[in-house]
Design a protein around this ligand. Structure first.
Ligand SMILES: CCc1ccc([C@H](C)CC(=O)N[C@@H]2O[C@H](CO)[C@@H](O)[C@H](O)[C@H]2O)cc1
Length: 806
């Protein structure tokens, strides 16, 4: 019997197989003979899940005994990726699971195919949340990730005539065996209505609509440790009384269920925009739903230990993943003042000490602001609280900067014109004790521009925590061949839990045999991807589509390469496969035009036998975590070409460098830190830096002048405008010639020259492979474990709690 009074689940192959069979018989109600692949998959999941659940039980016991300070990560998005392979690795059941699958007559690949990826996020922010909760568990930090269990995740991307067409992502169509529904922990959430004051002057919120939040959680095991944390996801349900039986028996079937449908709509679908706020009412309802359920659950958990409310910040730190959950600040104030009866000042101190805010963007259009009128209707009490917070903030501003009314107007939580809107970033800064950017340049620019007034008034609040990625998912699992080579070179696999150990690979940088193996594995990963000649340079640009990320710059260069090959068919052109992948927000038409043009250029090149030996453009649809795990290990060149000052950090850049891709990039986001750590000689740098870009824009930027003085650029744009690529893309060329907000044309020549340097470097495969190895060897800093230990020591001030095996 182990520490939790349970007979430990066996770790032998026979015991695992026994458990698998009993799950097949008793939990799937079928037999080996009549089992479907889905039956086998679900039984396998339950067998692995049980072993993690046992560790979860011991984790809970250890956490309860330790009564630690908890980290609560509030995020509207989690891109968790497939769970099976990860949970098999983290539960150490690799061999016995494979043997048991064989006994059942199914293959690991077949099981992985049935393992659905929960697409509960858009891109960088959502995947970062997943990497960070993985690292928190690995570092034995007691933590819970709170989010929304959307019925429909990020849309599935298909191409029709090269154009993106979105399909709904009904990810739980087959159910989700990895989750534990916990309806008994449901919470009640209010919307609309009005507020009243009772005789004691206490405010009461009389809601107009009541919705239930039902949680289900997924296990988040740590790597190389016993800790198993959870991600708790909320789903909206109608209250008991939401089904109107009278109307139903009167035959008004739709009306009878409309209240329940309205409620369930709140967690129906993820908003697919990743950098432009659309100000939809349902999105604000989603955000409040998340924070109200989560804060009530956090307070319920706090009460389990029964300390005074003044202890709350000492026992809970809540990290806000961007402004999307920033309503948690006025919500905690409402709970402390209206429900717990605390005074405002005391409640405000507790609130500020509890919250911390991470900003993930610099784009003005991505900074959320909500109409005051909508707040008035949907969250009347919160608007009152926000006004009070604002009153006190502006009093402090006035006292610190007497007479500086412009500063008061700039810093106010309320934008007054053209429409009265609540500035969520200002609320997030005012209501937290720590504000961080996600890369050094980003944090610097936040303090110098977007949040300058606040950084001036509260310099101590502002810091940087550079992003990181999970080395388990994006190297150990995604690139097993390279992982094996690294483990054999370093003597053990401790690097997966301590990534700085990769530096040990430097001693093989001049070892021809090792470099040969390194190169062969990259080639094999390209063959595994199967999207082009494995001997060609695999040039990869994978990320969401946005004009600031400049997929259009990459495309102009592809067209230039195409022209160069056409103009000089016999020339010694370096064969390249250019891979684009990524989704565009459905309403983002400029991005969708670029996607369509890329597919048209790809088709034109594919149809030209004079060019295909040297150039191939591929665009696999529906880029997600799983496809990323296949593409990233196969990349030779990593495209990180955003306009300097626009990409907050990037995390794809880290995953690609970790897998031995060389980066061609600008001095933007974490590219700067990657270049500093892997060595400038192992990085292809080009383009305007942030000050130069700002200067060029300020001094009047005329994109057409670059077109006129650069013949290759002119030829590329003329080709598009002449309809050379299936007649599509004219709007892309016109917007570049007339507007070009992200200085694409200004950086074109430098980029083209840098790509020539890439071609020259590729010619020396030994030198290239050495640089590739050094990128991996020096990427240790970009582990999410380092990121989390930075958060833990500089913002959360939490200690790990060890979980024993028995
Ligand atoms: C309101 C709509 C909306 C939705 C999502 C977002 C996210 C903040 C966008 C996002 O994913 N940002 C990315 O976050 C990554 C993790 O920190 C960074 O690495 C990327 O540079 C940043 O673009 C902004 C606005």
């Amino acid at each position: 019997r182990n520490g939790i009074g349970l007979r430990p689940l066996g770790s032998s192959a026979a015991e695992f197989e026994q458990d698998l069979l009993s799950n097949l018989y008793y939990r799937r109600g079928t037999t080996v003979e009549s089992a479907s692949a889905q039956d086998a998959y679900e039984s396998l999941v339950l067998t692995v899940r049980d072993r993690l659940a046992e560790r979860r039980a011991r984790t809970t016991a250890a956490h309860y005994a330790a009564n630690p300070r908890w980290v609560y990560y509030l995020s509207a998005e989690y891109l968790l990726g497939r769970q099976l392979e990860q949970n098999i690795l983290y539960s150490g059941t690799g061999e016995i699971a494979t043997a048991a699958m064989k006994a059942l007559g199914v293959s690991p690949e077949e099981m992985d195919e049935l393992d659905i990826e929960p697409g509960l996020g858009n891109g960088g922010l959502g995947r970062l949340a997943a990497c960070l909760v993985d690292a928190m568990a690995t570092l034995d930090i007691p933590a819970i990730g709170y989010g929304i269990r959307y019925d429909f995740g990020i849309f599935k991307q298909t191409f029709v005539d090269g154009a993106q067409v979105e399909k709904p992502d009904d990810w739980t169509f087959q159910g989700n065996p990895w989750e534990f529904p916990a309806p008994d922990d449901r919470q009640t959430v209010f919307f609309y209505g009005h507020t009243t004051r009772d005789e004691a002057g206490r405010t009461k919120w009389i809601p107009g609509e009541i919705v239930l939040g039902e949680p289900s959680h997924m296990l988040v095991p740590g790597y190389g440790t016993e800790t198993v944390n959870i991600v708790r996801l909320w789903r909206a349900r109608g209250s008991e009384s939401s089904f109107d039986l009278e109307r139903f028996s009167a035959g008004q079937y739709a009306e009878a269920v409309q209240e329940a449908v309205r409620a369930e709509n709140i967690s129906k679908v993820l908003y697919p925009d990743d950098s432009t706020e659309l100000g939809r009412e349902l999105r604000l309802k989603q955000q409040y739903f998340l924070v109200s359920c989560s804060l009530r659950d956090i307070l319920r958990r706090f009460r389990l230990w029964g300390g005074p409310l003044t202890d709350f910040p000492a026992k809970s730190v809540i990290q806000l993943n961007d402004t999307h959950p920033s309503l948690a600040i006025p919500e905690l104030m409402r709970l402390l003042v209206d429900e717990e009866g605390l005074g405002w000042d005391e409640a405000w101190l507790l609130t500020q000490r509890t919250f911390a805010y991470t900003c993930h963007t610099l784009l003005p259009e991505a900074l959320e602001t909500w109409p005051v009128a909508l707040f008035e209707r949907l969250l009347p009490r919160h608007l009152e609280i926000i006004y009070e917070i604002n009153q006190r903030l502006l009093d402090e501003v006035r006292s610190r900067y007497p007479g500086d009314i412009d500063r008061v107007r700039r810093m106010s939580l309320i934008q007054e014109a053209p429409e009265r809107r609540v500035r969520m970033a200002h609320l997030a800064v005012a209501g937290t004790s720590a504000v961080n950017g996600v890369a050094e340049l980003h944090s610097q620019l936040l303090a110098e521009t977007t949040l300058h007034d606040f950084a001036t008034m509260w310099p101590g609040k502002f810091r940087n925590v550079t992003n990181g990625v999970s080395p388990r998912r994006f190297l150990r699992i995604a690139n097993p061949a390279l992982s094996e080579l690294i483990t054999s070179a370093l003597g053990d696999s401790r690097w997966a839990g301590d990534l700085d150990r990769l530096r040990g690979l430097e001693r093989f940088a001049d070892d021809p045999a090792f470099l040969r193996s390194w190169r062969d594995i990259k080639r094999a990963n390209k063959a595994r991807l199967g999207l082009g000649d494995p001997d060609a340079l695999m040039d990869v640009m994978v990320k969401r589509f946005h004009e600031y990320k400049r997929q259009q710059l990459k495309l102009l260069h592809v067209i230039t390469q195409y022209h160069r090959i056409k103009d000089n068919p016999g020339g010694d052109h370096v064969p390249r496969t250019v891979l684009f992948a990524g989704k565009a927000a459905p309403a983002y038409h400029a991005a969708k035009s670029i996607i369509r043009l890329i597919n048209a250029v790809a088709a034109t090149i594919e149809a030209d036998p004079a060019v295909t030996p040297y150039l191939k453009v591929v665009f696999p649809p529906n880029y997600n975590v799983t496809l990323g795990e296949l593409i990233i290990p196969a990349a030779d060149l990593s495209e990180q070409i955003s306009l300097a000052g626009k990409e907050a950090s990037g995390t794809g850049n880290m995953k690609l460098a970790l897998n031995g891709a060389l980066t061609i990039g600008t001095l933007d986001g974490a590219n700067i830190e990657i270049r500093e750590r892997v060595g400038a000689e192992n990085f292809f740098l080009f383009g305007l830096d942030t000050p130069a870009a700002t200067e060029l824009k300020a001094s009047g930027y005329h994109p057409r002048s670059y077109y006129e003085r650069d013949p290759e650029l002119r030829a590329a744009l003329d080709a598009i405008m002449s309809g050379a690529f299936g007649g599509v893309g004219k709007e892309v060329a016109e917007s570049l010639l007339n507007w070009d907000e992200y200085l694409t044309l200004a950086d074109f020549r430098a980029y083209a020259e840098c790509q020539e340097a890439v071609d020259r470097a590729w010619q020396d495969q030994t030198a290239w492979t050495k640089a590739s190895l050094l990128n991996t060897a020096r990427a240790g800093y970009f582990s999410a474990d380092r990121t989390v230990s930075d958060y833990a020591s500089t913002i959360w001030h939490v200690e790990p709690v060890r979980v024993t095996r028995d």
